[in-house]
Ligand binder design. Structure first.
Ligand SMILES: NC(=O)c1ccc[n+]([C@@H]2O[C@H](COP(=O)([O-])OP(=O)(O)OC[C@H]3O[C@@H](n4cnc5c(N)ncnc54)[C@H](O)[C@@H]3O)[C@@H](O)[C@H]2O)c1
Length: 393
């Protein structure tokens, strides 16, 4: 078993090295044609398989990470918008953050929409094969992953297992399906792939060669592996680089939940560099509409899109928005750090043009909805716990 894992890791690294060069040079070579400036994605338009991917009542969808924040929101939205024949989640309910929180999301999906989240691991290839045999999926959205940047410093192997081994296990199942009946495949990448990229806003055309942590590196490898699977097996896919997603039922390890809870409990917030930072916060419904766009998009290869908001928010404004909604003032501790990046946000022109992506939720409206959910959720303090607080090295 150990030997097999080492082989998978070695093959993955070789593929990533080779395909990385290929991807980067593709981006450069498609920037201009016949001396005229054109959008660098111009060659990604696809004309052959579009109808097959249109979502309808006949669709059969697998959402990995279905008990997660984005996965459960997506399952609910798919049910409401298309009433697909099958929408099934798969989730291992791990304890990175409260499994009770994940169970509550799955319970809600069952109660409100009659949809199930199967308890199981994406690394379990025979479970995946059984699910694919039973449901003959038309669309697969792979969101299951080990998320979190800080946790990757202390638990690197969780990223290798969940983000690489499980991902390749899923791709192996999908690529073996006859191309004529292969489902569309969208998967979660992350804005973290941009790492220490200096150019703002971040664009899919930027060379991403400055990883800042293992989480971002694992997501970039997902994109590279997707490109390799296209090169070898003709597998089409869409990678989605999400930029800080927030909203009701949001993760307890992220700023919206952490800051709101700290302010509610009168605990001080630690602010780096006087809070002089700007970030793209993207409301979950906007992200879900982008994912739905990607499920119906006919990628001509291994496409990658930014899904952000293109409207960076000052960190202090974000905190003031929470203070206003809660009616409580935050207390703050100040620290300096060279690790914090001053500004990050997404160029979303490509997703706007090809996925019909149009984020429309302001930080004020989105945070009001989050705080409304938070204040009316009696289990919020039980949901706040999890392994992500673990600082062991
Ligand atoms: N939320 C964000 O701001 C954000 C930003 C960038 C990228 N992403 C990516 O989007 C995806 C969804 O994020 P989220 O915020 O909903 O995270 P989440 O942690 O709430 O959801 C992920 C779910 O996957 C499950 N999971 C993890 N490993 C698994 C495995 N091996 N088998 C089965 N289930 C497994 C977890 O139990 C969890 O419920 C992730 O891939 C994440 O890396 C999220």
């Amino acid at each position: 078993m150990v030997e097999l894992k080492q082989k998978v890791a070695a093959i993955t690294l070789i593929i990533c090295g080779l395909v990385g060069l290929e991807i980067q040079s593709n981006f450069v070579s498609t920037r201009t044609s016949f001396g005229k400036e054109e959008p660098y994605w111009i060659n990604e338009a696809c004309t052959t398989r579009a109808d097959r991917h249109a979502l309808s009542a006949a669709s059969r969808v697998l959402v990995t990470g279905g008990a997660g924040f984005i996965g459960s929101s997506l399952m609910g939205a798919l049910h409401e918008q298309f009433a697909p024949e099958v929408v099934v989640g798969l989730d291992n309910f791990n304890d990175y953050y409260s499994p009770a929180f994940k169970k509550a999301r799955a319970h809600r999906l069952k109660k409100d929409f009659g949809r199930d989240v199967v308890a199981g691991d994406v690394c379990n290839g025979s479970l995946l094969e059984d699910l694919f045999k039973e449901h003959r999926f038309t669309h697969v959205v792979h969101l299951a992953a080990q998320a979190g940047v800080r946790y990757s410093l202390n638990h690197p192997l969780s990223y290798v297992k969940n983000n690489l081994e499980c991902y390749v296990t899923l791709l192996e199942v999908v690529r073996k399906i006859d191309p004529e009946s292969r489902p569309s495949l969208s998967y979660a990448s992350s804005s973290s792939v941009y790492g220490r990229n200096k150019k703002i806003p971040f664009s899919e055309a930027d060379a991403v060669t400055n990883p800042a942590n293992l989480y971002g590196a694992s997501k970039f490898m997902n994109e590279q592996i997707a490109a390799a699977f296209h090169h070898i097996y003709g597998l089409h896919s869409v990678g989605l680089r999400f930029f800080t997603v927030y909203g009701p039922w949001g993760r307890p390890d992220m700023a919206a939940f952490l800051f709101t809870r700290a302010i509610e409990l009168g605990k001080p917030l630690t602010l780096y560099n006087k809070g002089e930072m700007r970030r793209d916060f993207t409301y979950v419904d906007d992200i879900v509409s982008g994912i739905i766009g990607s499920m119906q998009y006919c990628a001509d290869a291994a496409a990658v899109f930014n899904l952000g908001n293109n409207q960076p928010v000052e960190l202090m404004h974000f905190i003031q928005t929470i203070e206003k909604s809660l009616g409580t003032k935050a207390t703050m501790k100040h620290k300096t750090s060279t690790a914090e990046i001053k500004e990050t946000y997404a160029d979303i022109t490509k997703a706007q043009a090809l996925l019909g992506y149009a984020p429309k939720t302001s930080i004020e409206d989105g945070m009001a909805k989050f705080i409304d959910w938070y204040q009316n959720e009696p289990r919020r303090h039980a949901f706040a716990g999890g392994h992500f607080n673990d600082r062991r090295r």
